[in-house]
Design a binder for this molecule. Sequence first.
Ligand SMILES: Nc1ncnc2c1ncn2[C@@H]1O[C@H](COP(=O)(O)OP(=O)(O)OP(=O)(O)O)[C@@H](O)[C@H]1O
Ligand SMILES: [Mg+2]
Length: 505
Amino acid sequence: MEKQKSVITMKNISIEFPGVKALSGVDFELQSGSIHALIGANGAGKSTLMKVLSGAYTHYTGDISLDGNHVVIDSPKTAKGIGVDIVYQEVDTALIPYLDVGENIMLDILVNKMGKKHFVNWNHVYKKAQEALNRLNINIDVKKKVEDLDLAEKQMVLIARAIVEERRFLILDEPTAPLSNRETEELFRIVRDLAKNHDVGIVFISHRLPELFEICEDITIMKDGKLVITREMEGLTSKEVVEYMLGRTFDEEHKKESVEIGNTLFRVQNITEKKGRIKDINLQVREGEIVGVAGLVGAGKTELCKTIFGSYQTASGSMNLRDKKLAIKNSYAAVKQGIALVPEERRKEGVLVEEPVYSNLSAANLARFSTKLSFLKPSKEKESAREMIKRLGIKTPSENQKVAFLSGGNQQKVAVGKWLMTDASVYLFDEPTKGVDVGAKGDIFDLITNLAKSKKGVLYASSEISEILSITDRIYVMYDGEIVKELETSSTSEEEILYYSTGGK
Ligand SMILES: Nc1ncnc2c1ncn2[C@@H]1O[C@H](COP(=O)(O)OP(=O)(O)OP(=O)(O)O)[C@@H](O)[C@H]1O
Ligand SMILES: [Mg+2]
């Protein structure tokens, strides 16, 4: 049975926030049954445009119509009423941590029943939630509390919520950022099925170009709150896409600069985490060395970083910085002893979203600003914040803006910038380029290279093998909480890293 084709048309959409013109006269069209890529640099306006469409931002001007009929989208509820649903980029804001997986997946339905003298059939709730997870081929217990899930699992819960009720239009705002390759493939299978067999129109936002080329038929490119071009994907190269979004030519390849590598700076010996999340870890980092930690999502890279940083307790083992034995009981002690961590879940752990950009950029660093220079503090703080905003190209009206108001990728840059401003000896980066656009990725690579040049040691954890290959000197491969292989970057390959990452011996 053919479903009726449907189209949503956004015309001349503009929206402003204090000090920011986020969208200026943008046109966008979404057909049912098609998969439409939406791309642009961090802060270009992608999420904002989709928040207008899904009813989160209602003070827009311009016209929206469904199949030629004018509609006013004045709340998420109206958006859902005309068949539009969204999986937000800010995963944590959309979930209720103390409820379980089943309740979170069925949240809209449960909320709708509230106050309507409906009684909730819990068997039915969990059964439907389970069905949605099965469709995604995801194995998460529906009775597990959401606060106990990792980021990838939380993302899957949100996607399950979006598909549990059939919608005509579905917006996925960077859904694959925390996902492994396998999970991404599952998601693509579902997305294709929704488009082809259920005639759902899908907007797919991602900074990973190959993904867009893999599943999207149409593409819209934005820059600085404006539409650059909208067209079919076919016949377009990834180089052209990057040029449209950045407005300049750009070489995506990062060329590794050679930095002189000195003595051993940091050594981890036989570290095992209390709950066994990582086991018998031995590694070292030399001065000026960038050391990769490769491994699939779930291999223990984040756990390794958190253990070194003192967020997780060790059961045994020791750590040394030069000749000094480190005593790291918590992350405060880690910072004091010269270890810095740019965490993976940055919105939750890496930035204070309710605070302004400048105080975030110095949060890890308060001591430096508040002791000797105390009388200079605010101006000094703001001055170096402005410097970091420039170096990382953080898009914000000023250093005084609340971090919550920045785009997703710009929040990431603040989290990275904050630690670059501390004077640590060893820097741990956990997926530092997640959610940042290709241009900004180059800036982050440059800053990391500068750390190496100033004789710092860097541990770079990422599931993006191509990144590990382009920036590191040496690589540890993790599998199931252990380091299973050490490789020299110059003499290894993507295939070899993948082989050990998947348990090859
Ligand atoms: N609630 C808000 N208050 C103030 N400014 C906002 C708000 N929401 C968005 N902005 C601003 O609008 C601009 C566009 O942001 P948006 O989140 O749409 O970017 P994006 O293209 O999704 O970027 P990213 O790739 O980083 O997710 C940014 O400059 C952002 O700071
Ligand atoms: Mg966004």
